[in-house]
Design a protein around this ligand. Structure first.
Ligand SMILES: Cc1cc2nc3c(=O)[nH]c(=O)nc-3n(C[C@H](O)[C@H](O)[C@H](O)COP(=O)(O)OP(=O)(O)OC[C@H]3O[C@@H](n4cnc5c(N)ncnc54)[C@H](O)[C@@H]3O)c2cc1C
Length: 436
């Protein structure tokens, strides 16, 4: 607990903003969380439609045993109903046949992704080298180039890139910086829970974080759009909404770069923020279907190698997202940056997804009750590829502002970046406040 109650103003009620706000409130600060939308959650918002709960962004949590949601569970005493991904029910679709994913030793032994036993052994050696930090990559060298340079067997290269394609949500995994690649897999290959879902969806986690904030005497204001940030010297003094100024001791900005650029215009941080506005987001095409009755399939996850699309039976892991007996299946297609906004391309990918539904969920058209189709959704606000850089948690030129979100430096990818950058942002605020 802090000697005197200080006020932290948190801007943005997505997963990053909510998780920082909950920690600060629980640890004794007075928090004001300001969200411009009428509902909390940001890209993790849940959209109810005809009895189905569609999550705007999916909620596969990677490396759940070492994930930041686990830390939040412990520190905040929140309840998260984990549902572990079952690798036995996951397959790669190779066109002619389905094959096991090498997510376990048994999967590696059985998979046809690698044909020869020698290639399987070589892949296992690569995993060990990564875990033992013998492979770290090199700044400025992409993973594609790194693998060529280090003369990995072609089949091993292909498999490593295939894994990265689904973990980094990208069609061009070879463009991932080699250092980011190895950092990610050092953690991933050590985990015993590679992927898990949350029963109740993001909505249940958002509700738990909201509960902690409110129960600890802090405030949440929705429909509160920040228009401008006001400085006094090198400190943020207040933020401005249409209702007036909101002052605080500490400020956490958990809204994306395009918003930051607007609200920090003409402030001492404008130049520091500007480069992040130029970075490309990781955009995907999403097609979710809600079916009135389940279509039997032995598989809950299928990744089509050719189409670069994956299907997940969300309702298998999150039975609460469907009405009795129903099924919710999500398809996500990765997009290259130049494909974003190309309607013709989007239509082709949509057709390819429907063909996959036909193949793996025969009869789905007759069972269809609700669907959600989005041609472009930002799975991550800054895509980790080429020379794209994530924003720091703090800039030297401002003493009382920190940043959090999936565009900020942290651990992992996707929402794990939101939680991990939020964790670090919260630590910095708490550290400073105890020094007052
Ligand atoms: C299709 C899709 C699939 C995904 N799949 C996964 C997955 O399987 N696993 C996973 O871990 N992650 C996944 N994600 C990513 C995950 O949803 C995001 O990483 C996460 O929700 C981002 O949270 P955030 O708080 O960092 O940002 P945001 O959710 O963008 O939150 C920012 C908030 O700031 C608010 N805001 C903006 N401007 C202002 C302003 N001026 N004033 C006040 N408030 C403002 C916004 O309204 C928003 O609520 C997926 C995302 C998508 C879109």
């Amino acid at each position: 607990m802090f000697p005197m109650k200080k006020t932290a103003v948190v801007i943005g009620g997505g997963l990053a903003g909510l998780s920082v706000a909950a920690r600060l409130a629980k640890n004794g600060m007075h928090v004001k969380l300001l969200e411009k939308a009428p509902k909390l959650g940001g890209r993790a918002v849940t959209i109810p439609l005809k009895g189905f709960n569609f999550n705007f962004g999916a909620h596969a949590i990677y490396t759940r045993d070492s994930s930041y949601i686990r830390k939040l569970e412990r520190e905040l005493g929140i309840t998260v109903n984990w549902r572990d991904f079952d690798p036995k029910k996951a397959r790669y679709d190779l066109g002619e046949e389905l094959t096991e994913m090498p997510a376990t030793l048994e999967g590696l032994y059985k998979t046809k992704i690698l044909s020869a036993t020698t290639a399987k052994a070589a892949f296992a050696i690569e995993v060990m080298k990564t875990v033992c930090l013998l492979e770290r990559g090199e700044e400025g060298v992409s993973i594609g180039e790194w693998m060529k340079r280090t003369k990995k067997a072609p089949e091993v290269q292909q498999l490593m890139l295939l894994l990265a394609s689904s973990n980094f949500f990208t069609q061009e995994p070879e463009r991932i910086p080699s250092t980011a690649f190895f950092k990610y897999y050092q953690r991933m290959f050590k985990t015993s829970k590679a992927v898990a879902y949350i029963a109740g969806g993001w909505e249940s986690l958002v509700a738990e974080l909201e509960r902690v904030i409110v129960q600890n005497g802090s405030e949440i204001v929705t429909k509160a759009k920040i228009e401008r940030v006001l400085f006094e010297g090198n400190r943020v003094k207040a933020v401005e909404t249409s209702e007036g100024l909101i002052e605080g001791d500490e400020f956490v900005f958990a809204c994306p770069p395009k918003e930051l650029a607007k609200i920090f215009e003409d402030t001492p941080l404008a130049n520091s923020i500007a480069p992040y506005l130029m970075q490309r987001p990781n955009t995907v095409l999403v097609y979710d279907i809600g079916l009135k009755s389940r279509i039997d399939s032995p598989y809950t996850y299928i990744y089509d190698k050719q189409a670069k699309v994956f299907l997940t039976d969300i309702s298998h892991y999150d039975p609460e997202c469907v009405p009795e007996g129903g099924q919710l299946v999500q398809a996500i297609a990765y997009l290259k940056s130049e494909e974003v906004g190309d309607r013709e391309h989007a239509q082709k990918r949509k057709d390819a997804i429907e063909a996959l539904f036909d193949k793996h969920l025969p009869g789905w058209r007759d069972e269809l009750v609700a669907k959600r189709y989005t041609e472009r959704a930002a799975a991550q606000e800054i895509k980790v590829e080429d020379d794209q850089k994530l924003m720091p948690v703090q800039f030297h030129s401002c003493a009382n502002a920190v940043f959090a979100g999936d565009w900020v430096q942290g651990v992992g990818q996707l929402s794990e970046l939101s939680f991990s950058s939020g964790w670090e942002a919260g630590n910095r605020v708490m550290h400073r406040v105890t020094l007052y």
